[in-house]
Ligand binder design. Structure first.
Ligand SMILES: [Ca+2]
Ligand SMILES: [Ca+2]
Length: 266
């Protein structure tokens, strides 16, 4: 138990191996980063894994500006690591308050600061397909995690800059979806391929107002029989008359126009 608040610049516990710098395993506590601060909750870092948290006010600051706050009553545990795969917590600094505690198991555990976390972002859209896989060095196709241009979320198309979590533009093309290869039109990476244009539901019926004139009613523009896949063109039906009119100007063959439309998706 630590009773007083303090900061750790560089603390290494049981540092038996230094393989940090290559690929690191996924995190388990998965705390949310708010600005340059994490307020820890009670949890354990999985054995032989790495949790790396980083903050850069700019695009790539020279230091890791992230502070992990372990508040009163919260216990953070670093579970047992292994030779060659130490359990690792990587932050810029740590503050512990009151009865908060940081418990390190006896074997192959390390706490590191001074390391930065870069994640893959090949298309430079600010989203990473592997946001929990940290590299400690910059390289082409990487972005500093929790930096000015970094965004939370998993990039489902890291070779298509227009595909990212929260995208709002439906597109008439497809991309390689690295999360679900069947969803090539899921441009907002929400796991659902939403088509813009529906099936046309218009009907041609006699009027019920006594005129006896045929007309299109209850109409919805769209594809008449089947809805094309994302990025595929089809014959699109536009209903130009949805009211009872003289069949000389609005009959079943005259009140619909067709055009070639490419299905867009989001
Ligand atoms: Ca990306
Ligand atoms: Ca979608």
């Amino acid at each position: 138990m630590k009773k007083n608040a303090f900061q750790i610049g560089l603390l290494v516990l049981c540092l038996l191996s230094l393989r940090f710098g290559v690929r690191q395993a996924e995190a388990a506590c998965n705390w949310s980063v708010t600005g340059s601060t994490i307020n820890a909750t009670t949890c354990g870092v999985d054995g032989q894994s790495t949790e790396a948290y980083d903050y850069s006010a700019g695009t790539d600051d020279s230091t890791n500006g992230l502070t992990l706050n372990i508040p009163n009553g919260v216990t953070v545990t670093l579970n047992t690591g292994a030779v060659g795969v130490p359990t690792t917590l990587n932050v810029g600094a740590i503050t512990i308050t009151g009865t908060g505690s940081l418990v390190a198991s006896a074997t192959n555990v390390q706490i590191q600061s001074g390391y930065k976390c870069y994640v893959t972002d090949a298309d430079a859209d600010g989203y990473s397909p592997t946001p929990n896989t940290c590299y400690t060095t910059a390289a082409a196709g990487r972005i500093r995690k929790f930096s000015l241009n970094y965004h939370d979320g998993t990039d489902c198309g890291d070779a298509a800059a227009a595909a990212f979590p929260g995208a709002v533009t439906a597109r008439g093309t497809t991309f390689v979806n690295g999360v679900n290869p069947t969803l090539t039109g899921d441009w907002n990476c929400n796991g659902v391929e939403t088509k813009t244009y529906p099936t046309a539901t218009y009907t041609c019926t006699g009027c019920t107002n006594g005129s006896g004139y045929a007309s299109f009613r209850n109409s919805t523009n769209g594809f008449k029989t089947s809805v094309p896949a994302c990025g595929v063109a089809g014959t699109y039906y536009t209903v130009s008359n949805a009211t009872c009119r003289n069949p000389a100007v609005a009959n079943c063959s005259r009140s619909v126009t067709t055009s070639s439309v490419t299905q867009t998706c989001l």
